[in-house]
Design a protein around this ligand. Structure first.
Ligand SMILES: Cc1cc2nc3c(=O)[nH]c(=O)nc-3n(C[C@H](O)[C@H](O)[C@H](O)COP(=O)(O)OP(=O)(O)OC[C@H]3O[C@@H](n4cnc5c(N)ncnc54)[C@H](O)[C@@H]3O)c2cc1C
Length: 322
């Protein structure tokens, strides 16, 4: 029996590594083992890799019915092992799939589920405490979970990835997985950019100062020259539909080595997702734009003049360097 353990799960390996860092802090405070769940089909290599990043154990459930993510089958499988092993905490990465899974799981287990959390900790009385933004990012809510297990959906990008070290034990579990009640008719992989914005070391991020979709091409050119990728603010994705995801409080959080905000005003909800960037550069024609308060370097000017100049200067540098 694994009573009171701290468990982590994400279908995304990088997010799982972040959860292992958060989970390690909790397991050390509680003085209990840390375990990671790996579900899927033919995923032993994932379990092997994660086992080298700090968990004491990996619970591996390898089953043909888990080949493709299906929140109902995955929730049923995790419910079974939670009831069997009785962990104290289950940290789940707040990805789209993680959110769907956590909701179903909490309902099945009649457990408390704290969503969109940015931090998790153990209170003086041993309870699980988590923080999340409230009132559109104007306040931080601190919540305490009263159930066991406590399910905590942790936003990606809040914790560093767990470094390699140690070797956790891989515990293979064989479970009866019920047939999913939904049948997958077609699967079309989404077109994915070479680098995901959360993982890029350089992010050139466009806001509403950019007037046309085509104008993002110059940001893409600049990003490519700097070895990074392009991101955007919420209105560009959610209102205009030029991109599918955005950066900020309600989008993804990023912490690149270099962030260049182009025509971005610096609303509090946007800054919440970029504040951990190592260097923040802002380009805005309004000297009073709030983004300058968060920036390490600011260029007051028209982006339609500044960006071509930057591209030109970078071309000259690379020509000189051969
Ligand atoms: C609950 C909630 C959650 C939210 N979550 C997010 C989130 O996760 N991410 C997010 O981004 N937003 C989020 N928002 C929206 C946020 O409040 C802002 O509305 C949004 O960030 C503004 O986007 P923007 O900076 O692109 O546009 P604007 O605020 O319109 O700013 C455009 C800027 O471009 C500058 N500009 C214009 N033309 C030029 C030019 N030619 N050259 C240089 N500069 C120029 C202007 O001076 C201005 O500062 C959220 C809002 C709410 C209520």
């Amino acid at each position: 029996m694994a009573e009171n353990e701290v468990w982590v799960y994400s279908e995304n390996k990088n997010v799982c590594l972040e959860l292992l860092t958060a989970g390690k802090e909790l397991s050390e405070k509680l003085n209990v083992p840390l375990a990671s769940l790996v579900l899927g089909h033919g995923v032993k290599d994932v379990a092997e890799e994660l086992s080298e990043h700090g968990p004491n154990k990996i619970y591996l459930i390898d089953h043909a019915s888990l080949e493709r993510f299906d929140s109902m089958s995955y929730a049923a499988a995790i419910e079974t092992i939670v009831k069997q092993e009785k962990p104290k905490i289950l940290l789940i990465g707040a990805t789209k799939r993680g959110k769907e899974l956590a909701g179903r799981l909490a309902a099945r287990l009649n457990a408390g589920c704290m969503s969109e959390c940015t931090e998790v900790d153990i209170g003086d009385d041993g309870s699980v405490i988590a923080k999340r933004a409230a009132y559109a990012g104007m306040a931080v809510a601190t919540e305490k979970c009263k159930s066991t297990p406590a399910i905590v959906l942790l936003k990606p990008g809040r914790y560093e990835k767990a470094p390699s070290g140690g070797k956790g034990e891989i515990v293979e579990l064989s479970l009866e997985i019920p047939e999913p009640s939904l049948k997958l008719i077609e699967f079309k992989p989404k077109e994915i950019k070479a680098v995901r914005v959360e993982e890029a070391e350089v992010v050139v991020l466009g806001g509403r100062g950019i007037k046309k979709r085509e104008d993002f091409q110059m940001l893409e050119q600049l990003a490519e020259m700097l070895g990074g990728c392009v991101g955007c603010t919420r209105p560009i994705a959610a209102d205009l539909g030029w991109y599918t995801e955005w950066v900020g409080l309600s989008g993804v959080a990023i912490k690149p080595k270099l962030y260049i905000g182009v025509g971005v005003s610096g609303a509090i909800q946007h800054v919440a997702g970029i504040k951990d960037s190592k260097v923040i550069v802002a380009i805005n024609k309004d000297p009073e734009a709030p983004i300058f308060k968060s920036a390490d370097y600011g260029i007051v000017g028209d982006l339609y003049e500044v960006i071509p100049e930057l591209i030109k200067a970078l071309k000259e540098v690379s020509k000189k360097e051969g």
